[in-house]
Ligand binder design. Structure first.
Ligand code: FVH
Length: 299
């Protein structure tokens, strides 16, 4: 860290990586980099969040341009797309010739917009989607998906692997975000299914904890079925023998039971609506996975 970058009268050492955003995740990313022996510059909008990282050896920058000028690689880990736009807009010129890795959660199109902005400003761009909580950063337990510049991904891989297992999803910058949000969609619907079930049994006095103890092993066993459904969807043949049919999967009794207990049936009613749509289309004898065809925008 002998070299010194100067900007806005602020002199800070040249470092390997700069991290913009020291929330729970940005701090975890910066900590893991320091622990792996990288030199790190940090910046946060609200001052005072860098103290612990500085005690661990990080340099604190007092402006976005200063943080950017300190390192060839800049990580943005902010709240959302608009905070990224706002923050990077303060240092577009300083970012030129550097590599930007944005691990802030965005939609695919927001990631693509940022990639286009980066290209216009001569900035290498890699979009990252973190499938981990802060406590998992620095271990192989977490996963981070990337898309955007393949050259940037290859060059940075030893650094990216400090955080989690890395997976590259292609040069279209929106792809990592798409996989991330699709995974989260499945997760939140599973949780909502659990909340709905817990509300149903609450009417008989079962605690959510009691329900969770029963639901968790059942759901874990049911996930074994995902690969089979995937085979049917990928093969496009919903008439293969051995599948649970749509007619057999009619869930109106669950909707009624929910109503009988005074519980809003909307989560399970949404599933039933998809099943009913396929049955009404004359597909009742075909497999449950045909619901996928109702959801696809191009079908
Ligand atoms: N934490 C998690 O478990 C999840 C795991 C999956 C991926 N997410 C995404 O990571 C992004 C950052 O998440 P975070 O947990 O670090 O979030 P916070 O602790 O809330 O920190 C937010 C930071 O963003 C800064 N910030 C907010 N608005 C602005 C703005 N307009 N300009 C500049 N910075 C901004 C905020 O700064 P401050 O409030 O301290 O001044 C924090 O540094 C996120 O996309 C997750 O979806 C994490």
């Amino acid at each position: 860290m002998d070299d010194v970058s100067e900007t806005n009268g602020n002199s800070i050492p040249s470092t390997d990586v700069s991290v913009l955003g020291l929330g729970a995740m940005g701090s975890a990313l910066a900590t893991a980099l320091l622990e792996a022996g990288r030199s790190v510059t940090v910046w946060n909008r609200t001052p005072g969040r860098a103290k612990e990282l500085v005690a661990r050896g990080a340099s604190a920058a007092d402006s976005v341009p200063a943080a950017v000028l300190a390192s060839p690689v800049v990580i943005a880990c902010l709240l959302d797309h608009s905070s990224v736009e706002e923050t990077l807009g303060l240092a577009a010129g300083e970012l030129r010739g550097r590599t930007l890795v944005n691990v802030t959660t965005t939609t695919p199109n927001e990631a693509r917009a940022l990639a286009s902005w980066a290209a216009e400003h001569g900035i290498g761009y890699l979009d990252g989607a973190i499938m981990a909580v802060p406590a998992m950063i620095g271990s192989r337990a977490g996963q981070i998906f990337y898309s955007g510049s393949r050259a940037a991904y290859d060059a940075l891989l030893p650094t990216l692997e400090v955080w989690a297992t890395s997976e590259f999803h292609g040069e279209d910058a929106g792809r990592a975000s798409l996989v991330d949000l699709a995974m989260l969609s499945g997760m939140y619907q599973m949780f909502t299914g659990f909340f709905h079930g817990a509300a149903m049994v609450a009417s008989m006095g079962m605690s959510a904890a009691g329900f969770a103890a029963r639901q968790a092993p059942f759901l874990a066993a049911m996930t074994e079925g995902l690969a089979g459904y995937a085979e049917v969807i990928d093969g496009g043949n919903y008439t293969v023998a051995g599948q649970q049919s749509l007619e057999f999967s009619d869930l109106s009794h669950i909707v009624r039971a929910s109503e009988e207990e005074g519980v809003d049936p909307s989560p399970i009613a949404a599933v039933q609506a998809l099943i009913s749509e396929q049955i009404a289309a004359g597909r009742g004898s075909e497999g449950l996975a045909r619901v996928y065809e109702s959801l696809r925008s191009d079908s």
